[in-house]
Each structure stands twice: as C-alpha cells, then as structure tokens.
Write a protein that binds this ligand. Structure first.
Ligand code: ADP
Length: 743
C-alpha cells in the first residue's frame, strides 16, 4: 500500500505521569508544525479524547514554549475507564474525526499503548458505525480511513521493552539517590539502619541502580529474589560484616514488588523487623512514594523526550497504514523503533515470569546490562578486605587522578580500592596526579579510607593536569619501582591519557613500565576517545541545565537575551546537550565555528523574535567556540544592535560546572567501569607483555581500546576525539528552537 499522507496529529500523555513528557509533547508539536501538519494536544489522556469539549486543543509553536523544564505533564494525564469500553472508544473516534485528527502519538506505559492499539484496530469499524448512526458523514469517514499510531514510553520505572530508557526513569533515579544520600548522612550520624522502599512493582531498575549509586548495603528486587531460603541471615551477616569494617550506617533498598523465591512478598516493614531483631539495633523505614515521580526533569529526560518526540512524527510521516505501529525508543545513543504490541507483550511477560517464579527467565528478559549491574552490586556488597585469593596473582596497584576534577572520580576510586582489596591486591593512591607522584606522595589505601566517597563531589585524591615531560620519565619509573607498583589505574581526562600513553610507549626503556595500565574516562567535557560517555559529563550537564533554568527565570518581566558560556574546551558536547535541554535558540561550538555571517543572522532572528513579542532569548556558547568572537564580544554586539528592543546579559558559568555531587548515571558508570578495570588489571598482570588500554562505554558495551591507538583517535590540535557521536543531534536541537515558522 502506498504511503498514507497524514494531515493532523493528536498527542496525549496517559497513565502515570513522568518527568520529560513535556519535552516529548513540545517536540511532537514543533516537528509536526514544521512539517505542515496540524497538531492537537489531547488534554487529560483518553478522558479528554472521550469528553472532547475544551480537551482537544489545536497547538501552535508557542503553546509549547516554556514547558521543557517543568515536571509532570502540562497537558494532564488520567486513567479512563470509559476508553476501555467499545462505546467509549466510539465516542473518542467521533471526537477525533470532528477535529480531522487521523494519527496519534501516545506517551504512556504499556496500558496506554495497548489501549491505543485496540483503538487503531477498531477504527474502520467504529467509523462505519458512526456513519450508520448518522453521527459523522461518509465524506468525513472517507477522509480519514486509517488511524496511524506511534508510541513513546513515559514511565519512571524503566520497565518497558522497546527502549533502553523510558522517559522519566533518569529523573526518578535522581530523586531517589538524593533522598538516599540525605538519609545516609543522618543514618551515619546515629549509626542507624534504614530500610528505603522505592517504586517498581515488577521492575527492580530503580532499586538496583539507586543501590549502586548511593552505596547501599543490600537490595531486594522483584525479578531476582535472594537465592537462599535463609536470605535474612545472609543480609544480616553482610550488614554486620560491613559494620565491623567500621561503617556507621546500613541502608537496605527494597523495591515495592520485592518477593522471595517462593513468591512471598517482602515488605519493607518485614525487612525492618528482621534487622531490628537479629542485629539488635533500631531500624527505620522510609517509603519514598510520590516524590519519585516529581520535580524538574533531568537533562537526559528532556533530551530523550525531545529526540523521541521528533522521531515519532517523522516515523508517522514515513509510515503506511498497514505497517505495524511502533514504539520509538533509544538504544545505545541511537533512536530505535520496535513493534508496539510486541514490546507490550514482552513487558507483560516479565511480570508473568515473576508471578510464575521463573526468575531466571525474568532476568534474561531484562537483558545483559541489568544482569551485569546486579553482578557488580553483589560483588561490591559482599566484598571484604580479604587477603590472598587462591589463584589470583596479588598486585600492588596504583590509582590516581589526572586532568580537571570530574564528579564521579571519588566513586570510581572507592569502587576500585574495595574491589581491588577484595581480590587480595594492595591498593595505593598518588595524590594530585603526576605532580604528587613525582614528589613520591603515594599512600596505601584501606577499606575505610574511601568510606563515604560514593556520592562525594570533587576529587579526594586531588588531581592535576601535569603530564610528565620526557626528561621526568626516569623519575616516574624510579618512584613506581620504589613502591613496587605492578598495575596502574588512571582515572581522568586527556592529560591522564597522554601520560598513560607515554608510560605505555616507554615500557621497553623502563622495566617497571611493563605493567598493565588502564585509563578510565573522567572529564566533564566528554572529550575522551573510545567512550561515548565520560564520568562527570552527565553531572555537569545537569548542573548547567538547572543553572540556565534559574537564569531564565530572572527575565520574567523584561525582554532579555542571555548569552551563557559553558565549559568543554574545544568539545561542544556540554554546549549542544545543554542547549537542547534548555531550549537555547542558538549554540555556538568550536566544531562548527562562528562566523560574522552567523552572528548577523542570529541577531536578525533575535530582533525579529523580540518584535513579535518574544520575551526571552537564550544563546549557549562553548568556551572555546571561537578565539575572537568571545562571550563578552557577542553580548556587547547584541546589546548594541538590540537597541531598545531587548537587552543582553552574559553569564559565564565557570567552575560550578565541575562541582557538586555526581549524578546517579556518573556514579553507576564509575562503579561499573572500576569493576571492569580491576578485572582487566588482574587478568593482564600474569602476561609477559601486559596490555595498556582505555576503557569506554560504546554501543552499550564496555570496551577496552589499546593505548597505542590513542594518537590515531584524537584530534591533537583541538584535544577531542576525531569521532563524536552526539554531533548527529545538532539538527534536532536547532529545529526545536527555531523561530515560529508562522511569523
Ligand atoms: P499505563 O499507560 O501507565 O500503563 P494504565 O494501565 O493505567 O497506565 O492505562 C492508562 C489508560 O489507558 C487507562 O486508564 C485506559 O484508559 C487505557 N487503557 C489501558 N489498557 C487498555 C485496554 N486494554 N484497552 C483500552 N484502553 C486501555
């Protein structure tokens, strides 16, 4: 069948609300308008579709302005019993036909998507009935013979197939991690035990990931109940052992749907009573409840909503009526489509497997990354500062930071030290990168020296950008030899990679350099080769997005344009991603350069916008976008040329971007990568020529790239990787904040 030209789209949010839904609605509306479609928002989910009246509203470019940063869904959501009935759907069809709506983008969970699919299948029959009853004309029915459908998954639980991440899950993880951090500090003060219940009836994603991010001692999730029938003993033993190492608090995270192997519910209250009875100390329960749903969406959720909303419209424009409806999601930083009902079926299957106590199958359905995260968590909580481990060569491993400070460095060091000690290695740390190393400032770490580091910002070990000169290499070798170093873990940025590369390349000259070396990417700039993400970049991105939200609020009454400068050196990652997350009109970055013609064009756009009652302008400039067209220059230029029409303020965000507690994503990646790095060093140590490599997260997998490839992969002049995956997002980011095409 030929491609069917859709004319107008209805977008709705349905079921439970989730942060980031607004970004998706905004993207659907603007992409639709840009492609000449009429776009209607259907308020209050299916309820609005059935009731019509004022609930189905035509949107224009500006109706979705100023919503990107808001939590929840501004178009409302509801559960609607009527839509579950055929009669309800018949009324809904009539209402859509009256507005000329012939395609739907539904943002919701498996229930909402199932409902949409039923509706789509019934559409021709419903229209025939409506014609027969004289409620619509044959002509109206003929104009819209099909209902086209695409689904986006809005859910905080991250429980749906067809996407690696659902819209809202990252934000919920932020809320939970903040809460667990807060509880941990009070628990530590009083040496208390806390049981924290988080959402997730059939899905342990939030529980497991927050347990890793917040350094909890135990976690209970629905898909993977404790192995043993005596799990209570195991849990108490682990908590006791952790106290014996000197820890002042114990935190157990329980997903609301947790159960044991026999299918018996494990409530947070039960866990509390077990802990109190067996450990003989007071334990408290905190049920986090609806705070987990609330609040402003994270940069990730805004950008996920934007990308998938945009893609959903393009998908509908390119679909035929006989095509199976799809869910638009994300997999390994790329947009994906997956058959909608197949995704719903697989999602429901997890719950069925859990109900049937087939936990193996439930975990397999969750996928390998989830299993891997669980393995890392289990290793960490069971890890003990044990001595020799049979069959494992015991090493003296040096951990150090190098480069600018990146939130998450402490998390990585903590995991590396504990996991290293658990394998029987001796873990040492150099202070202040190579500056400290060259002074011989190296100490042995112990279990408690990294206590509390999981969520601590900054770099407790200190860091510096010092790269040893060639003439200093003998001194580096001498110090490493003095401490009998047999493996090196460098956590840091480009200067750290450069230093590690130099050591690796001189392994023929200095015997001690012939050891396994591994670099872990930690830089807010996200400018390291061999990894799509570096530790710290997600934290910085959120810090920028929330600061820009605040800056925008100061322009309530006046016509004002802000020029905000963000870090990144020659890499535009932070600029582009924060621009997308905050709705910046323009992003200047070095990869594209800035010309006088660009400035003139952007100025003209600003003038035209403010002449049309625009109140606020936002430009984001990456710090090294251009040597001459600096932030103050651009601000002065626009201020002068804006005349009385608008004024301009500049904001150079500066070092706040490097600070703050690491985001859950950065903590989780730091922990998981550290586990892989320790495995790598342990494995390579036995070889005649141990490898030197940098770890990365690429296409959803942890990869090791040889240090020998470093020069080939980096643009030496501009200190950034030659390949940067995120540049492909540039057209979407700019389209979303273009001036209203109707002006
Ligand atoms: P979620 O989308 O978050 O899973 P629900 O399961 O509550 O949330 O579904 C939201 C709404 O979607 C319901 O209130 C109902 O209107 C509609 N819906 C859900 N399942 C169906 C179904 N099988 N048939 C028709 N409509 C449905």
């Amino acid at each position: 069948m030929a491609k069917h030209q859709i004319k107008s789209i209805g977008v709705l949010t349905s079921g439970g609300d989730s942060p980031g839904m607004n970004a998706a609605v905004r993207a659907v509306v603007r992409t639709g308008i840009k492609h000449g479609l009429e776009v209607y928002a259907i308020y209050e989910g299916y309820q609005g579709m059935v009731e019509d009246g004022d609930y189905i509203r035509k949107m224009n470019w500006d109706s979705v302005g100023g919503i990107l940063h808001q939590g929840g869904t501004v178009i409302g959501t509801a559960r609607c019993a009527e839509f579950r009935t055929r009669e309800g759907r018949r009324i809904a069809a009539k209402n859509l036909i009256e507005h000329g709506i012939d395609s739907l983008i539904v943002i919701g969970g498996d229930g909402s998507l199932t409902g949409a699919n039923v509706f789509r299948q019934e559409w021709p029959e419903l229209l025939a009935e409506l014609v027969q009853a004289g409620e619509i004309t044959q002509k109206q029915a003929d104009r819209h013979p099909y209902l086209m459908l695409a689904g986006l998954v809005g859910s905080i639980d991250n429980d749906m197939f067809g996407t690696d991440m659902t819209i809202g899950a990252d934000t919920a993880l932020h809320r939970i991690t903040e809460a667990v951090d807060a509880i941990t500090s009070t628990a530590a003060s009083h040496q208390r035990t806390f049981v924290i219940e988080v959402m997730g009836r059939h899905c342990g994603y939030l529980a497991l990931m927050s347990a890793i991010a917040a350094g909890a001692n135990w976690v209970l999730i629905p898909e993977s109940p404790p192995e043993s029938d005596h799990w209570e003993d195991d849990m108490c033993q682990a908590l006791k052992a952790s106290r014996e190492t000197g820890r002042r608090h114990s935190i157990v995270i329980v997903a609301e749907g947790a159960q044991d192997r026999n299918g018996k519910e494990i409530t947070s209250e039960y866990v509390r009573s077990v802990l109190e009875e067996r450990l003989g100390e007071e334990a408290r329960v905190t049920i986090l409840g609806h705070v987990q749903r609330g609040g402003a969406p994270t940069a990730f959720d805004r950008n996920l909503g934007t990308q998938t909303g945009h893609a959903a419209v393009l998908h509908l424009l390119n679909s035929s009526p006989e095509d199976e409806p799809q869910v638009i999601g994300i997999h390994e930083n790329s947009l994906t489509t997956a058959p909608l009902m197949d995704s719903v079926r697989k999602t429901l299957q997890v719950a069925e497997k859990i109900a049937a106590k087939d936990y193996e199958a439930a975990m397999t359905l969750r996928g390998s990354s989830f299993k891997d995260a669980q393995r890392t968590f289990n290793t960490l909580v069971q890890a003990q500062p044990r001595g020799a481990v049979a069959g494992q060569k015991q090493l003296r491993i040096l951990v150090m930071n190098c480069g600018g400070p990146a939130p998450g460095m402490n998390t990585a060091v903590r995991a590396a030290v504990r996991l290293g000690m658990d394998k029987g290695h001796t873990m040492l740390a150099a202070q202040n990168g190579f500056r400290g190393l060259l002074r011989g400032d190296i100490q042995e770490m112990n279990w408690m020296s990294v206590s509390g580091w999981v969520g601590r910002g900054g770099a407790e070990l200190g860091t510096s950008r010092k790269v040893p000169r060639d003439s200093e290499m003998p001194a580096v070798a001498q110090i490493l030899e003095q401490h009998n170093i047999q493996g090196l873990l460098m956590i840091g940025g480009l200067s750290g990679y450069e230093a590690a590369y130099k050591i690796f390349m001189r392994s023929g000259d200095f015997k001690v350099f012939n050891m396994p070396i591994v670099c872990m990417p930690a830089s807010i700039n996200n400018n390291l080769p061999g990894s799509e993400h570096s530790i710290g970049a997600d934290t910085a991105l959120n810090s920028i997005a929330f600061d820009v939200d605040k800056i925008k609020q100061t322009a309530v009454a006046s016509r004002r344009c802000f020029v905000v400068e963000v870090m990144g050196r020659y890499c535009g990652y932070l600029a582009l991603m924060s621009g997308m997350a905050t709705g910046a009109e323009r992003v200047y970055m070095h990869e594209e350069g800035v010309t006088l013609a660009d400035l003139q064009k952007d100025l003209n756009n600003l003038i035209a916008g403010f002449e049309h009652n625009k109140r606020l302008g936002l430009i984001i400039r990456s710090e090294s976008a251009d040597l001459f067209y600096t932030t103050p220059f651009i601000a002065s230029l626009f201020e002068k040329e804006g005349g009385d029409l608008f004024d301009v303020r500049q904001a150079i965000l500066g070092h706040v971007q490097q600070g703050g507690a690491p985001s859950p994503f950065d903590r989780i990646q730091a922990t998981r990568m550290a586990a892989r790095c320790i495995e790598f060093l342990s494995r390579e140590a036995g070889k005649v020529s141990p490898a030197g490599a940098f770890i990365g997260l690429q296409m959803g997998q942890y990869t090791f790239t040889s240090l020998g490839d470093f020069p080939r992969m980096v643009d030496a002049e501009f200190s950034r990787p030659k390949e940067q995956w995120w540049l492909k997002l540039r057209p979407i980011a700019s389209m979303m904040s273009e001036p209203d095409p109707a002006d």
